[in-house]
Design a protein around this ligand. Structure first.
Ligand code: F6P
Length: 548
């Protein structure tokens, strides 16, 4: 879908010009306008997005909404939901949203009723998950399955691993373990604590060729075979893949294979069969609540006016920070221990989608594209890297996520402490502490003037550092679904503004190819002739250390 970017380019130039003279001092803006929070926050049911602590004002927001219109955010969104092949470099539709809208009369894509396909895979998953959970499906020796090991990487790992941890209060099925790394330590340490006769291995790979996953799957297969015999593989393995022939060749029974389709990208796949370990852990009913939450966010994204649209606003503010303010990174800090894998999940979602340098027309990007995304849960981060967020020379916008209620009512005071810390951090980033304030505070405490003068500059906080907060009632399956879908659509909005294809990932290819060609060199079967001096030198040193 060709988009005329001339209007966008014109508005962008005007906004850049405005930014040279119209910068907003956040702290001063709060002083000047008591309505600032109401003006720069928006809700969807209980979920609130507050971006009032970002350096924007009504004029800037007006520019941003004009840019969204000029970039064709709504037209591209509609094209995505309608099944247009917006992933142009792979000639694919992008329809992960259909996975959370399971209707047998669902969308028809290229002549195929995908609603019926989605429903049928979800039903098969539910039947299998229920049978494992209630003990009707057992291991080869007749014992119930107590542990599931999901072997997958990237999108076949991060989504379900993140969601399983997030949904811990609802976890009433078998224990779920995740193995992703090719490092033998990962599978070794995971299997070490498990019994083969009560373990089910799910091999999750869209392509069923990913070297990490297939190598770990072989290791797990040998582990089962050694303990229970070759014939036990069928009862201890299941697969999630689009490559049914390769799954069959591995020895996994047809009725234990759960499919998905090329219109679901790896990093958008937790909603379908890749979510099987989550469904086994929390049960099909709660898994459907997760889907329902995401579907709710899809409807909001499609129907809410741009200024009241959470994914649109989140995307516009993210783009503003990256392109106009030129901030290279953003921190995502969930004040929720059970969301501790969310930053890692968002790294793939965001950086694999928008870490591109070429626009849809094949030309070099004319603006910066996706930022570095990183984070850790609060309050832990406060005692580690928040120093740099408050006083470092780079400005890193922070995205705080927090629930008004925890899951442990008897420990309410701990949740209140968590909330107070979260709100305090965004307040501190915004307000800062002036030289005069720092000085007065120390003098009031009775410190000697000489010492005060020496220390004061170190105790100044510039403030005026942007952050936004996403606040919701409680982290339940429905809310998790809304949160993930919110971030998926924010990445989409930013991708449209960058004018890139957010749905391919060619950038992961080169390293994979070189690793394949380097394996025989590392194994000592080939020499490193023709390699650069650094790689050859490293290989030589490896061989020396192997022999020593
Ligand atoms: O590393 C790139 C990637 O293709 C991701 O996009 C994907 O999520 C991951 O590898 C795993 O791929 P697969 O599911 O095919 O094993």
């Amino acid at each position: 879908m060709a988009v005329d970017r001339s209007a966008f380019t014109q508005i962008l130039a005007e906004l850049r010009q405005h930014h040279t003279t119209g910068k907003v001092d956040i702290r001063a803006a709060f002083g000047a306008d008591p309505q600032r929070f109401a003006q720069f926050s928006v809700t969807m049911d209980d979920m609130l997005l507050d971006w009032s602590k970002c350096a924007v004002d009504a004029t800037i927001m007006e520019f941003l909404f004009r840019l969204a219109a000029a970039a064709g955010v709504e037209a591209r969104r509609n094209a995505m939901f309608a099944g247009a092949h917006i992933n142009i470099t792979e000639d694919r539709a992008v329809l992960h949203t259909a996975l959370r809208n399971p209707r047998s009369d669902g969308p028809v894509l290229d002549g195929q009723n995908i609603g019926a396909d989605v429903t049928s895979v979800l039903s098969a998953m539910s039947a299998f998950a229920d049978a494992v959970r209630n003990g009707r499906i057992q291991g080869a020796t007749g014992k119930p399955i107590t542990d599931i090991v999901n072997i997958g990487i990237g999108g076949s790992d991060l989504g379900p691993a993140m969601a399983t941890l997030a949904m811990a209060p609802w976890h009433d099925g078998p224990r779920a373990h995740y193995v992703s790394n090719i490092d033998s330590a990962h599978i070794h340490d995971t299997l070490k604590g498990l019994k083969p006769e009560t373990t089910l291995v799910i091999v999750a790979s869209k392509t069923f060729t990913t070297v990490e996953t297939m190598t770990n799957a072989q290791t797990a297969k040998i582990w089962i075979e050694k303990a229970l015999g070759t014939q036990a593989v069928a009862q201890h393995f299941a697969a999630v893949s689009t490559a049914l022939d390769l799954v069959a060749a591995f020895g996994i029974e047809k009725d234990r294979v759960f499919g998905f389709w090329d219109w679901v990208g790896g990093r958008y796949s937790v909603w379908g069969a890749i979510g099987l370990p989550v469904m086994m852990a929390i049960g099909p009913q709660r898994f459907h609540q997760l889907l329902a939450g995401a579907h709710k966010m899809d409807r909001h994204f499609c129907n809410a006016a741009l200024p009241a649209n959470l994914p649109v606003v989140l995307g516009l503010v993210g783009w503003w920070h990256r392109v106009i303010c030129a901030y290279p990174a953003r921190a995502v800090i969930p004040y929720d221990q059970r969301l501790s894998r969310l930053p890692a999940y968002l790294q793939q979602l965001d950086m694999e989608s928008n870490g591109k340098s070429v626009m849809l027309d094949g030309k070099q990007a004319v603006t910066p594209t996706g930022p570095l995304v990183w984070g850790e849960p609060g309050t832990n981060g406060q005692h580690a890297f928040f120093q740099l967020l408050h006083q470092g020379t780079d400005i890193i916008p922070v995205e705080f996520l927090v629930a008004a209620n925890g899951q442990e009512p008897e420990l309410r005071h701990q949740h209140d402490l968590l909330l107070a810390n979260c709100l305090a951090q965004s307040e501190a980033l915004m307000r800062g502490r002036t030289l005069e304030e720092a000085r007065t505070q120390m003098l009031t405490k009775g410190m000697e003037v000489e010492k005060v003068d020496k220390i004061t500059p170190h105790r100044v906080f510039s403030g005026n550092r942007p952050s936004l907060t996403i606040l919701y009632k409680q982290l339940d399956p429905e809310t998790l679904g809304r949160l993930i879908a919110l971030y998926e659509h924010r990445v989409f909005v930013e991708g449209v503004l960058y004018n890139i294809n957010s749905f391919d990932q060619w950038g992961v290819e080169l390293g994979k190819e070189l690793a394949t060609s380097l394996l025989p060199v590392v194994e000592g079967k080939q020499n490193a002739d023709g390699r650069d001096a650094s790689t050859a030198g490293l290989v030589e040193h490896v061989q020396k250390l192997k022999e020593s």
